[in-house]
Design a protein around this ligand. Structure first.
Ligand SMILES: [Fe+2]
Ligand SMILES: [Fe+2]
Length: 274
């Protein structure tokens, strides 16, 4: 099963998380980022889910990586990510720093591959072709991601430097895996830009991924891709590979349409109608 963007600082969303249960005792749960902003809230949600599901696999969203004034954990950047990874280890939750677990149940074998890659501002705003132009465009329209103020990149010089380092290291790890078992990629952001084309503000795409992963779903033996962040739950296909946006989203978003796809999405075995 999969879900993302729990955003449990909203009480209505916390209530939904309280109600999340597996359908069978063997179900694994993918949590594709944006659980909460404080480490205590992340602990509450992942701890509860880890008690209920046979295995929980988490990747960080941008919100977990924010350092907010009211969080007693003031770690920034890489140190904050490492604190979250340590929390996962304590709770028995799989993070991108662990060995990628292979699902051998129905629909397997599939290598569940949690990724932490970030973004590098290469999904430029309309009519721009550099990071500087793209950011200037966003500052002009006023559509600037809050990451610019709360998602710190220490000790890297920039968020894009951190992203490039993560991509290079991840690529090395993927190449070291047995390529005969297909990867099910899990990342807070889609590996390709196409799903961002429907964004109401196209300039927001620069905070949603990187060109560096544009060919991963064709280069590697890929069973599918699970992501969130856009708060636009849907399924798309790119070069024949199924990409699923599995976000819950903010109450103001899900109140409008309810949960037409269900709150938890079944990924494997593949539901027969999609
Ligand atoms: Fe989100
Ligand atoms: Fe996000």
């Amino acid at each position: 099963m999969a879900i993302s963007d729990l955003h449990i600082s909203y009480e209505e969303n916390r209530e939904i998380v309280r109600g999340l249960r597996p359908e069978t005792p063997d179900d694994w749960l993918i949590v594709a980022g944006d659980v909460a902003e404080t480490v205590a809230d992340v602990r509450w949600a992942l701890g509860l889910l880890a008690e209920r599901f046979a295995k929980v696999v988490w990747v960080p969203g941008n919100h977990e990586l924010w350092t907010m004034k009211d969080d007693p954990v003031q770690a920034r950047g890489v140190a904050r990510y490492e604190a979250l990874v340590a929390l996962c280890r304590e709770l028995g939750v799989v993070s991108p720093e662990d060995e990628y677990p292979v699902w051998t149940g129905e629909g397997g074998p599939v290598r569940i591959t949690p990724l932490f890659l970030g973004y590098d501002y290469t999904w430029y705003a309309p009519g721009t072709s550099t990071k500087e132009e793209s950011l200037a465009y966003a500052h002009n329209t006023g559509v600037v991601c809050t990451d610019e103020y709360y998602l710190h990149h220490d000790p890297y010089p920039s968020r894009d430097d951190w992203c490039r380092a993560r991509v290079a290291e991840t690529e090395r790890r993927l190449l070291g895996c047995d390529q005969s078992v297909p990867f099910l990629f899990v990342n807070h952001y889609p590996l390709v830009r196409e799903p961002t084309r429907v964004l109401h503000y196209p300039e927001f795409a620069q905070w949603c991924g990187t060109e560096l992963t544009a060919d991963w779903h064709t280069r590697f033996n890929t069973a599918g891709m699970i992501y969130g962040h856009l708060h636009i739950p849907r399924i798309t296909h790119h070069d024949g590979v199924k990409f699923q946006e599995v976000s819950l989203g903010y109450p103001r978003e899900w109140r409008r349409h309810g949960h037409p796809h269900g709150v938890l999405r079944r990924i494997l075995p593949t539901p027969s109608r999609v």
